[in-house]
Ligand binder design. Structure first.
Ligand SMILES: Nc1nc2c(ncn2[C@@H]2O[C@H](COP(=O)(O)OP(=O)(O)OP(=O)(O)O)[C@@H](O)[C@H]2O)c(=O)[nH]1
Ligand SMILES: [Mg+2]
Length: 312
């Protein structure tokens, strides 16, 4: 393992890929690797790019990466649960750009599943982000699909969250309902070449004006990711938010919020796994049957399960 870490620290891509595979498997070895590398994760700026399926997240991520590269920065990209392969939309959008990115030693792209074995978010997401950050990229971009609690949670791993909206889809109202607007640090109206972009931008502006006075209002950017338009402004907005976090002391706060979230989510995963190990086949199944027969309510049954762990 220490040889793998040495190669990782030497900047070998294949070592990075192997470390991610082990971390993703949630093996004991993977956890040891995270333990060994975790202290190195602080320098990278993590950016979550979220929004509904097909809103142009991959194309936008590619465009942002290209702009950051033009500024001499290195970029790691993690696409969580891509409903289309990362390159698909981007190839449609701009074939040459993605080829450039794929060949660029300053860019690393990796896809991963967002679901754990027991359903829910894969606990490994945070670990994979940490490992990619530890490799030494200046920026780590995390693309996630959807508009709901999962995305809010994934956004919890990033310092800056970019929310991608499209004109004329109506899903923005959904996004606001899910409270996702509250986690957006930068709002993007992508596909601004389609009708309704200005209307959407002003609707978003109106909504933001309802937030308490004195709070930071996220900028609203119009982009045409498929044509690389607005990428300079997007990179600027990400850096401005980073600067804001630093100057306001918000970076520390956000790191603590993220740390609290990750700690509790990890503890939950460990407990769930322990409960499963100790009760599978036996107690678990009998409790399941008794709930199904309405002999027992789920709450009492859950208390019984937890009692098997002897937590006191
Ligand atoms: N008209 C227009 N189309 C765009 C724009 N940006 C992306 N697209 C297209 O929208 C489609 C989806 O783009 P992707 O980048 O794959 O979107 P995504 O959000 O990553 O999609 P999933 O990962 O599958 O959720 C592709 O056909 C893109 O070419 C844009 O600014 N304008
Ligand atoms: Mg995508």
């Amino acid at each position: 393992m220490s040889e793998l870490i040495d190669r990782f620290l030497n900047g070998e891509r294949r070592a990075l890929a192997r470390v991610i595979t082990r971390v993703e498997a949630e093996s004991e070895e993977g956890r040891e690797l995270v333990r060994a590398l975790y202290s190195r994760t602080e320098a990278a700026h993590t950016v979550g790019i979220t929004g509904s399926a097909g809103s142009g997240k991959s194309t936008l991520t590619g465009g942002l990466a290209k702009e950051l590269r033009a500024r001499g920065k290195t970029v790691g990209i993690i696409a969580v649960d891509p409903s289309s392969p990362f390159t698909k939309g981007a190839i449609l959008g701009d074939r040459i750009r993605m080829q450039d990115l794929a060949l660029d030693p300053g860019v690393y792209v990796r896809s991963m599943a967002g679901r754990g074995a027991l359903g829910g978010l894969a606990p490994a997401i945070n670990d994979v982000v940490a490992v990619v950050a530890a490799f030494g990229f200046d920026y780590v971009l995390i693309e996630t699909v959807g508009a709901g609690q999962d995305e809010v949670e994934i956004a919890g791993t990033a310092l800056t969250t970019v929310l991608v909206n499209n004109p004329g889809t109506g899903d923005d109202i959904q996004a606001m309902k899910a409270g996702i607007l509250e986690i957006a640090d930068v709002l993007v109206v992508n596909k601004a070449d389609l009708p309704g972009a200005d209307t959407l931008a002003s609707q978003l502006r109106a909504l933001l004006s309802l937030s308490p006075a004195g709070e930071r209002r996220p900028p609203i950017l119009k982009t045409i990711a498929a044509k690389d338009e607005g990428m300079v402004e997007l990179a600027d907005a990400v850096d401005e938010h980073r600067q804001f976090l630093r100057e306001s002391g918000g970076e520390r706060k956000r790191r603590e919020t993220n740390a609290r979230h990750q700690l509790l989510a990890t503890a939950q995963a460990i407990l769930l796994e322990k409960i499963r190990q100790r009760t599978e086949g036996g107690n678990l199944e009998s409790l399941v049957a008794r709930i199904a027969d309405r002999e027992l309510d789920p709450h009492t049954a859950a208390e019984e399960l937890i009692a098997t762990l002897n937590l006191g």
